[in-house]
Every structure is written in structure tokens, then in C-alpha cells.
Design a protein. Structure first.
Length: 330
């Protein structure tokens, strides 16, 4: 009896198998996953930056790397936010130092994401101002690159970084090698104010070449911002030096005391490559006034006068620039 039942079940299974071969295929399960594909890489859209119990130093370095190399804009922004919080903590946590942070993150000045650039500015403001002055030459190199970028948004955000640098290390910014004339050249490219072209055209230092900000909806605002920051830069460069109090031992201190600043003889350029006029250091107000009067006064004064005639926010910014020229040049 049992053997007959077993034979019936086997016949039934054979019949079902034959039916499957002839008819419709068996429906796939709801949790079926197709594993027949081949992929060279796996991309994770979301990653968490929180890792409780890990070494804070390694976590800082991990976020420093993510801020530059992460593919997602949100990941880069969150990594910069983490570093900002670490720099703002009491006491601050910065295992790589200000030099390491700047070396790694300065290329982010030209990042394509607005949120990333905004967070980078917050991070820079969290750095100790006393430690920024030694790195102004390197910072200005990236700032000048951002000032001549094709994107109007990147140019505008770079001006915010320059404004921060003038606030925390203004004297070093205008007196470092190339800090004065090279930065003025970048402003000339942004605004279309070129003394050589203007003289050739008979415009006394003003060129009618098209500005990079024209043809965009934010053109007037961007141009006004450029003129405003140029005025800040000139005010810093023309600011009178603080008088030095009398010290009867100053002569002997100058001879015997060890310098308290990094690279105190940089102005001599003893071991560096020969500098041209634009790369020279102009360490005092008089030298900056002299070279500005010879190369840029006519072009910037004519440009300010033309901008004032446009009125609106551009005219107001140009009026501020004109006052800065009047006060700075006497």
C-alpha cells in the first residue's frame, strides 16, 4: 500500500515538471535578487561620518581626506563641518596643525558646490588668527586662482576668503612676496581695468573690454562686491604703520636678539629665485604707494569714476573705493 502511494507522488512530481517545461515559468519570489550582473566597483551613496570609540586623531585625518576626495557634495560638506567643530572645541583638536589643514583644504576654494565653499569659509574663520600670518603667501596663490575662475559664484566666494584674510593678517597679506601687485593684477582681470590696454586705446587707463560679470543676472552685484573688496585691500595697503615706541635698547636688540618671526630676512631673497617687479615684497606703506602710483593709480581712478556714473550699488561701491584712494594717497 505504501509503495503505491509513493509511486503516485513520484508520477505527480514528474507531471508538474513536464508542465513547467511546457507552460509558463514559475513565478519568482518577492525577495528574489538577481546576482547575474558584474560590476568593477560598488558605490555607496550614503556614508556616516560618526564612528564612536575611534581615535580622534585618526577621525580628524579621515575627515580631512573626505573633505577633498569624497565624490558626494554632502560628504565633503559634512567632513568640513566636522573639522570646523574640532577646531572650535575647547581645547581645539588639530593633530595636523594649521599648516596641514591649509595645505590639504586650500584647493577646495574652487570646489563646484556652494555649500562646500560656504562651509570652508566657516572652517577658515575657526583657525587661530595668530597662526595664519605665516601662510599668507600660499593662501593668496589659491585666492588669486579663484579670483580669475570662469564661475562667477566661485569668484565671489573667493573674495569672501580674501576679506577674511585681510581681517586676520592684513599687514602680511599686502607685504608678502607678490601680495601687492599680483593681487592688483587679479582685480584688474576681474573688473576689466587694464592700464596697458587702456593707454593703447587712449582711455587714460580705462579699458572698454567686456567684464567677466556682464551677461549674467548677478553681474551688477558681483561687480559691486569686487569693487568693495578692492577698496578694503587698498585701505589695508595704505594704512599707516603704528608708531614704534622709543626703546633705548633697540639698537642692541637688533644686533643680538634672535628674530621672533619666521623667515625674518625674506625681504632680502637670499636663497629664492630672482623676483620680477610683481613678485617683489613691498613691506611698508611708502613703497606700496610708490609702485601703485606708477602702475595702477590712473587705471583704477578712471575705472572708479566710470563705475560711479553707472549709479546703483556699483556707483556706491565705486564711491567708497574713490574715498579709499583719496585717503590712502593723500
Amino acid at each position: 500500500m505504501g509503495s503505491s502511494n509513493k509511486k503516485k507522488k513520484e508520477k505527480k512530481k514528474d507531471f508538474q515538471k513536464a508542465k513547467l517545461k511546457v507552460g509558463k515559468a514559475k513565478a519568482k519570489a518577492a525577495n528574489f535578487t538577481d546576482t547575474s550582473f558584474k560590476s568593477k566597483s560598488i558605490v555607496v551613496n550614503q556614508q556616516t561620518l560618526a564612528n564612536d570609540g575611534s581615535d580622534p586623531r585618526e577621525q580628524f585625518k579621515l575627515n580631512l581626506s573626505l573633505a577633498v576626495n569624497a565624490k558626494s557634495d554632502n560628504q565633503r560638506r559634512d567632513a568640513l563641518a566636522y573639522i570646523t567643530n574640532q577646531l572650535s572645541a575647547n581645547p581645539p583638536n588639530n593633530p595636523v596643525g594649521t599648516s596641514g589643514v591649509l595645505t590639504k583644504l586650500l584647493p577646495v576654494l574652487s570646489d563646484g558646490s556652494v555649500s562646500v565653499r560656504t562651509q570652508l569659509l566657516k572652517l577658515l574663520r575657526a583657525l587661530p588668527p595668530s597662526e595664519v600670518g605665516a601662510h599668507v603667501e600660499k593662501i593668496l596663490m589659491y585666492i588669486r586662482g579663484g579670483m580669475t575662475h570662469l564661475s562667477i559664484d566661485i569668484r565671489t566666494d573667493t573674495l569672501n576668503v580674501l576679506e577674511w584674510l585681510l581681517e586676520v593678517a592684513g599687514d602680511q597679506t599686502v607685504s608678502c612676496p607678490g601680495g601687492w601687485l599680483k593681487t592688483l593684477n587679479s582685480f584688474s582681470s576681474m573688473l576689466g581695468w587694464n592700464p596697458s590696454v587702456g593707454s593703447a586705446m587712449g582711455n587714460k587707463g580705462w579699458t572698454s573690454a567686456s567684464k567677466a560679470t556682464l551677461g549674467t543676472k548677478r553681474g551688477p552685484e558681483a561687480q559691486a562686491r569686487q569693487i568693495q573688496v578692492l577698496g578694503m585691500f587698498l585701505q589695508t595697503g595704505f594704512r599707516p604703520e603704528a608708531p614704534i615706541s622709543y626703546n633705548p635698547m633697540a639698537y642692541w636688540d637688533n644686533i643680538y636678539r634672535l628674530p621672533g618671526t619666521p623667515n625674518p630676512f625674506a625681504y632680502l631673497n637670499l636663497f629664492g629665485a630672482p623676483r620680477d617687479e610683481d613678485s617683489e615684497m613691498y613691506p611698508d606703506r611708502i613703497s606700496r604707494q610708490r609702485i601703485f602710483d606708477a602702475k595702477w593709480r590712473a587705471a583704477i581712478s578712471a575705472g572708479a569714476e566710470s563705475a560711479k556714473k553707472e549709479g546703483g550699488i556699483i556707483g556706491r561701491a565705486a564711491a567708497t573705493l574713490d574715498r579709499a584712494l583719496g585717503v590712502g594717497l593723500g
